[in-house]
Design a binder for this molecule. Sequence first.
Ligand code: NAG
Ligand code: NAG
Ligand code: NAG
Length: 477
Amino acid sequence: MAIPSVSLAILLLALRFLLAWDPRATTVTAIRSGGLPQKAGAAGSGASDRPECNGRWIYIRELPSRFNTDLLATCDDFPILFEIREQPEKSIIPFLANHGLGPRTHNRSRSWYRTEPLFLELFFHRRMLEYPCLTADPVAADAIFVPYYTGLAALPFLYSPAQWNFSALHGRDLAKWLIRRDRPAIWSRFGGHDHFLAVAGFASDFDNDPAQTPLWGTAFLGLPEFYNLTVFTLESRAWSLQEHAVPPPTSFHPANLARLDAWLARARRSRRSTLMLFAGGAAPGSGRPNVVSSIHAECELRRDLCELVDCSGGVCIHDPARFMRPMLRARFCLQPPGETPTRRSTFDGILAGCIPVFFEEASAASQFGWHLPRRRYDEFSVLIPKEEVMFGGQRIADVLEAIPPARVRRMREAVLELAPGVMYRRHGSSAALRARKDAIDLAIEGALRRIQRRVRAMQQGKDALLLVGDNEEEWDE
Ligand SMILES: *[C@@H]1O[C@H](CO)[C@@H](O)[C@H](O)[C@H]1NC(C)=O
Ligand SMILES: *[C@@H]1O[C@H](CO)[C@@H](O)[C@H](O)[C@H]1NC(C)=O
Ligand SMILES: *[C@@H]1O[C@H](CO)[C@@H](O)[C@H](O)[C@H]1NC(C)=O
């Protein structure tokens, strides 16, 4: 009974791909051949026959295609996006291949893709379609997934000057659909506290006050209608309301356990002749003291200890070989805050077994609790407060060289233990790989825990909103 709804979703997805545009041939082929959830019971109708799904049933809300796949056809219409990113390619359409994982890095590559972070919502959706505990009955569901492509829907409001004054409209149509138009009982059961969705972006870009006309951003998370949602973002705010940060997607998407293990073995064996590495753009040219400038200055002086990978001009975003090879040679990867506190490079580095060096708590410890346990930071990372580097004359290399080799080895081992949980495996992966939790599995588990606490509070007559902003799941494990 559940299966028709799942196949319908897939069919719709395939149809949109077929009708809308071209890159499309490969994507359609991939959709048709890519291990879709057809096995019996993939979407069981009752909890009783699937004990492993107790407390984990998810219902996918049915949305008109204007909320998701239609947006793929127009995602190239915003030249300002490419300007801001200094991206050499003036199109993101080619990165739609493989359900949003992007094209493979080269013909013989099996696990490495040119992944465009904006398509997180697409491949998240694709992965939800193969989630083992889908139900066709919203009443039986423990949580409800909304396959809205939030970041893509925001593109006009962010990158089309004619739309800037209307950014408070982002999400209003969706709110109407979810709360009033499409079977209102699904939402009203728990006031939306059981709904979750993915946002391929930073929460701070979506939290405007809907009553203001701001210079930048949209009001999606600022809409009172959406206060109760649980939202995955690539970066959370200092005081998060709906969101929890998930790792930005890296380029590594293995399809079976042998490939994951082979990569981890390579990272483990790799000879690390460089003490430290920084992969990133130039320091912001404001002239103000800045930890990125301090890193550049120290690296220029100590080329024997430090490798700089120049990512300016947007050259790294779709080209993992540029930084992954150097990361395999480095013991420590420097992850300073840039325009915003977090860096995708932290997660590339973790995959490479390169120990992250943070310069402020906001860069990770206060962000990714579902994926990088807060109380283990000392085991797998180094924190050097940026003030000590910028104003205290602290040399980074001195701190890192003082760490005994045995401890460095233990830290690297801890980093590689975390690696499987921050990567996004390919859809349609082997059963053995699916048994390991990846970034999406951990995000879903986190959302289910949070939703369960809220729903319980409501059932006890308490206001679930009192729990909003809570992330204590990271501590009480
Ligand atoms: C990859 O394969 C395609 C088609 O088989 C071919 O056209 C292309 O030249 C190959 N690229 C490389 C770098 O070998
Ligand atoms: C946006 O609003 C500002 C201030 O009200 C106005 O000056 C500007 O012309 C508007 N832009 C567009 C494209 O409507
Ligand atoms: C959000 O939850 C609160 C209770 O926690 C409820 O009063 C409110 O109506 C909900 N909001 C929406 C839009 O359903």
